[in-house]
Design a protein around this ligand. Structure first.
Ligand code: ADP
Ligand code: MG
Length: 700
């Protein structure tokens, strides 16, 4: 490749200039946000193949991590208590079995006899050596020089699409190694050295080179920390900019003092507000009397009573002749809010409306017209509220329930229907304090840290699949005595790699066998809205005993008679999400139980997570533990936040850097820009970077 006539590579060179990347591959890479050489360098390896630790199969020891390289001798499905896919890998006459319990179709297609694979994982012994779900990489016989050169080499994230287009981890490795060979530019470090040395951070150039091709294992974590710091600085910049922008808004909606209807409403409530609810209401009312429009996040554990707080704010807005838009992420939830609150509100002359996509075109137009004419005070709804045909005469307050279910842009569009309206967003995902201050740093935060009195504790246990028959018996007994039950199945994403219990097969199976004597129904993401509403209504009315569902029921559903929840594949859910799901039971008089069914093999972390779930019912400590124990993947609830994606940073491990980055960026944003300041370079980098990556939290 050295003889090719190649332009010098620069950081901003398009990837097309890299050997092996033609226009088609470049197009696909662009879909993954990889356009320039620079982008590619920030595409970090998922794993490493440590050729230095390759062990001949004959020398393997049990319970130890190892990498082996061998030839596929045989592969196929094994039937038995559990269906699994087995691959026999051989080197120098010794063999090992690789086992896969899920994604069978995928593995079937992947392996061919005679291919060479590197496999890493922990070796166990059961009628021979085996590795369950190893990390894999296909090698091209003996031509993959790097692997055989005794180095630690990167394994990049792979998707079926990338692999199909010839962008396997190995091809990406060729790209990155080509880049490092030809890059004529040092990666400039925006962070002043004194900031780096304070935390013993590597220079950026060093960190980026080493995270792709590390000299030894120990440097990888140091690289990650350094790159995490950059990400956290970026994150803080976006948040603090958003806060600054908000602080410059001026309100157009003015509020007087709370009047008659408000106290009447509180009097009519069937319960007394908790102290926490009262405090939060005060915080909100104070905001409404300030110069700047409110921008507040209300968080509190599931069932802590956030809705009523929002309703009281909406009522206050209507007393001041201002309209409220109350947006919820699902039709079920929007309809539930409307049903629960429209009657007591209408009684006081507050006009309520409901707008969701399933209510029919004519009705939609009618509601929209009423709203535009100011004939509706509080408009409940789903995403339907953000469409262009929905207008308000005077939108004063925007309330967003379960805000983590909405994207930035959606929130922004609703916000834009008013003239700097007040904004109240709610989430039931408790956020550890340290994190809330940084991640939601552009919002003021109110916390309901107290549950309404009289809630019964929920018993939570986790069991293996073997316990199912017993659980079904338990469910039947509960139904006999008048209780109702949720059975949860993991959301099935369109992925060929996962093979999970799914709600449709389970329904088929259970209604014929284990649960044939109880009244079953199912709902999932593909159930038609009208049908789903009908099913949920029947469930609430006690006409359905056991509801099989995916996580569509995660938010908001209120059936006080539901007393058991069984969660299949509980190991696949994060702790915070499990806790959120659990919030669907324990809402009434009955003693409630949650049974988490875990499927083997289970990692130690997964076991810890399940145990923690059983031991704690406090949303905040669960949120902390979730951070610490989170498996790979997203932090629950942050996916749609509009914040830059974090590839290296870990909120738990890097909480010191998180705090530091917040300090640095606040200082930069407040101080006057001066060309001679050492921070200026960092500040410019942050600005440029946000522009380049189009990062912003938008208006709302
Ligand atoms: P979340 O915070 O999860 O949105 P909700 O607002 O749905 O919780 O409230 C959960 C349940 O608690 C509802 O049935 C609501 O009417 C009830 N509730 C709210 N506040 C109180 C209170 N102070 N006392 C008793 N019940 C309450
Ligand atoms: Mg709620």
């Amino acid at each position: 490749m050295q003889n090719c006539v190649m332009p010098d590579l620069r950081l901003n060179s398009p990837l097309q200039y890299v050997k092996g990347v033609g226009p088609r591959k470049a197009e696909l890479l662009a879909k993954y946000g990889l356009k320039s050489v620079h982008d590619m360098l920030l595409y970090f390896p998922r794993e490493y193949l440590d050729r230095t630790s390759v062990v001949p199969i004959s020398e393997l020891k049990t319970d130890q991590p190892a990498t082996i390289i061998g030839v596929v001798k045989a592969h196929g499905i094994l039937y038995g208590k559990r269906r699994r896919y087995e691959v026999i890998l051989e080197d120098q006459g010794s063999a090992i079995s690789l086992l896969f319990f899920s994604g069978i179709k995928y593995w079937e297609r992947l392996f061919k006899k005679g291919q060479v694979f590197a496999a890493s994982g922990t070796v166990t012994y059961f009628q021979g050596y085996q590795i369950i779900h190893p990390d894999l990489e296909r090698l091209e016989d003996d031509t993959d020089k790097m692997v055989h050169a005794g180095r630690i080499i990167p394994v990049y994230p792979q998707t079926a699409e990338l692999t199909k287009m010839g962008l396997s981890s190995k091809s990406i490795r060729r790209i990155t190694s080509f880049i490092f060979e030809h890059l004529k530019e040092k990666i400039d470090d925006p962070v002043p050295p004194e900031n780096c040395s304070k935390f013993s951070l590597l220079s950026l150039d060093h960190a980026i080179r080493q995270i792709h091709y590390p000299d030894d294992r120990t440097i990888i974590e140091k690289c990650r920390r350094r790159l995490a710091f950059d990400e956290l600085l970026e994150l803080q910049y976006v948040i603090i900019q958003s806060k600054l922008t908000k602080s410059k808004l001026t309100r157009s909606c003015t509020f007087g003092e709370p009047a008659e209807r408000l106290s009447q409403f509180k009097e009519d409530l069937s319960f007394e507000l908790t102290a926490a609810q009262k405090r939060v209401i005060r915080e909100i009312f104070d905001d409404l009397h300030r110069e700047q429009p409110m921008s507040r996040l209300l968080h509190g554990d599931v069932g802590s009573g956030k809705t009523i707080v929002a309703i009281i704010a909406a009522l206050f807005a209507s007393e001041n002749n201002l309209q409220t838009a109350f947006m919820a992420p699902t039709e079920i939830l929007a309809a539930q809010h409307y049903r629960n609150w429209s009657e007591p509100l209408e009684k006081l002359g507050v006009r309520c409306g409901l707008l969701t996509s399933s209510i029919g075109a004519k009705k939609k137009r009618e509601v929209a017209q009423l709203c535009a004419d100011g004939e509706i005070d509080i408009l409940f709804g789903t995403h339907a509220l953000i469409y262009d045909y929905v207008a308000f005469e005077k939108l004063g307050l925007v309330i967003i329930d379960e805000q983590h279910r909405f994207g930035v842009e959606q929130r922004g569009r609703l916000f834009a229907k008013g003239n700097n309206p007040d904004l109240l967003v709610m989430t039931a995902t408790p956020i550890p304090r340290t994190l809330a201050l940084t991640v939601y740093g552009d919002l003021d935060i109110s916390t309901i840290d107290e549950l309404p009195p009289g809630r019964k504790p929920i018993r939570t246990v986790w069991r293996s699949e073997d316990a199912r028959p017993k659980v079904y018996e338990f469910i039947k007994d509960e139904v006999k005595s008048g209780g109702q039950v949720y059975v949860l199945y993991p959301l099935i994403e369109k992925s060929e790699r996962v093979e999970l219990e799914n709600v449709e097969d389970a329904f088929e199976q259970l209604s014929k066998n284990e649960l044939k004597e109880v009244r079953l129904a199912m709902v999932h993401g593909r159930t038609k809205t009208a049908e789903r509403d009908e099913i949920l209504k029947r469930f609430r009315d006690g006409e359905i005993d056991v509801l099989l569902a995916t996580t569509v029921i995660e938010v908001g559903i209120d059936n006080p008679n539901a007393s058991i929840m069984m969660i299949e594949h509980a190991e696949r859910f994060g702790l915070a999400q499990l806790h959120q799901l659990r919030g669907r039971v324990g809402r009434g008089e009955r003693k409630s139980t949650v049974i988490a069914i875990a499927h083997y093999p289970l990692s130690d972390i997964a076991k810890k997570r399940l145990q923690y779930f059983c031991d704690s019912d406090d949303g905040f400590s669960i949120a902390e533990a979730d951070l610490e124990l989170r498996g790979p993947g997203e932090i629950y609830g942050l996916k749609q936040s509009g914040l830059p994606e974090l590839r290296a940073a870990n909120f738990w491990k890097d909480r010191d850097l998180l705090e530091e980055s917040r300090k640095i960026v606040s200082r930069l944003s407040e101080s006057q820009n001066r060309l001679d300041s050492p921070d200026q370079k960092l500040y410019n980098w942050l600005i440029e970077n946000a522009k380049r990556r189009n990062l912003s939290l938008g208006g709302g």
